[in-house]
Design a protein around this ligand. Structure first.
Ligand code: TXA
Ligand code: MG
Length: 332
């Protein structure tokens, strides 16, 4: 595995003032060029602490349309708006419940997306025609510096084609999207490696629409959430299709006890098999989250037939990892 041993911890909560170009890890000229391309309606790949985004200037209808065309994504799937600070992010909502501020104070910048009632200025293309908007303040300094340099929100889905595995390095974005993206800013491997947690605050109690970088336990310490699997939300996260985040290889879930025999059986059949095992402790879970998508991509690159996966315990990041593996294993 290319980065198997490398450990990158999620970025610590950063300063309340958005970083400027000079504080990001990239030369200011790269950020200026990226912002110039965005203003011209082009798409730019950029790093966040979760996964790489395919960024468009949210104020440009042409650019937003390009995002859907390039991703091959249905038009009713809304896009997340990325901001440099909580105040601007919450200004995309027509109604900001107190809990939104609590979550923003505690968890932004970071891997959390809040679904709120949209403000009137938010384009229909961003909301997918719904009356809500998903907003987030990423913690990656390059992402925040890019938003600051642009001077407006960046609409960005994960920078992969629809249904495929999200990119966690700049090289993944280039491999997936090639010439369709004008520029890819390289901010190193994504620290977390899984998408943001999406919480719908427009219903009571709030619902987790997608497990992600902020573990459910951390949210539950701050607010009363609807139980797992509750259907209180009228909003869907349309990306939460049963089959999603899938590599080309067939993904098969297996119990820990059956792993060995199943592995042997497949190998006897001549199948090329890659095993993803459930780690036990929290550090190993973060490491698996960090590497999961790169490992699925590496499996495809090695012409793997079957990824044999044991689900991790569903606590901490284990819940999001289990969610992605289940979707990757779902019938296509
Ligand atoms: O970590 C992330 O969230 C990454 C980085 C780039 O920020 N972005 C990402 O975007 O994963 P995307 O488009 O691949 O997934 C966003 C999910 C989709 O399932 C979409 O349907 C859902 O968020 N979503 C966005 N706005 C929503 C809304 N107003 N209501 C319900 N779901 C929404
Ligand atoms: Mg995605």
């Amino acid at each position: 595995m290319r980065r198997g041993a490398q450990r990158v911890r999620p970025a610590p909560v950063s300063s309340p003032t958005p970083p400027t170009a000079s504080q990001s890890t990239l030369p200011p000229s790269d950020l200026e060029e990226a912002a110039r391309l965005l203003r011209a309606g082009e798409l730019v790949g950029f790093p966040t602490e979760t996964v790489y985004g395919l960024g468009a200037d949210a104020r440009s209808e042409a650019a937003l349309r390009r995002v859907f065309a390039v991703k091959g994504r249905p038009g009713d799937h809304p896009l997340i708006l990325h901001f440099a600070d909580a105040e601007s992010a919450l200004a995309a909502a027509s109604d900001v419940p107190p809990i939104a501020r609590t979550l923003a104070d505690a968890l932004w910048p970071g891997p959390l997306t809040l679904v709120l009632r949209r403000a009137a200025w938010v384009p229909d293309l961003v909301t997918g025609g719904q009356d809500t908007v998903g907003v987030r303040v990423p913690s990656h300094p390059v992402a925040r510096a890019l938003v600051t340099e642009l001077g407006g929100p960046i609409a960005a889905p994960s920078a992969n084609r629809f249904g495929a595995v999200s990119p966690t390095t700049a090289a993944h974005v280039r491999a997936d999207l090639g010439e369709d993206v004008a520029l890819v800013l390289d901010g190193g491997p994504a620290a977390i490696g899984l998408e943001s947690t999406i919480v719908d605050l427009t219903c009571d109690p709030p619902v987790v629409l997608r497990e992600g970088g902020v573990p459910r336990e951390q949210l539950a310490a701050l607010l009363a959430l609807a139980p797992v699997g509750a259907t209180a939300s009228v909003n869907r996260a349309p990306g939460s299709l049963p089959s999603h985040y899938a590599p080309r290889a067939k993904v098969v879930l297996v119990g820990k006890d059956a792993l060995r025999t199943e592995h042997e059986r497949l190998a006897d059949e001549g199948a090329r098999v890659v095993v993803i095992e459930a780690p036990a402790d929290d550090d190993a879970l973060s490491a698996l989250a960090h590497d999961l998508y790169a490992r699925l991509r590496a499996a495809d690159a090695a012409n793997t037939d079957v990824v044999l996966a044991v689900l991790p315990p569903e606590r901490g990041l284990g819940a999001a990892i289990a969610d992605r593996l289940r979707r990757a294993a779902a019938p296509r």
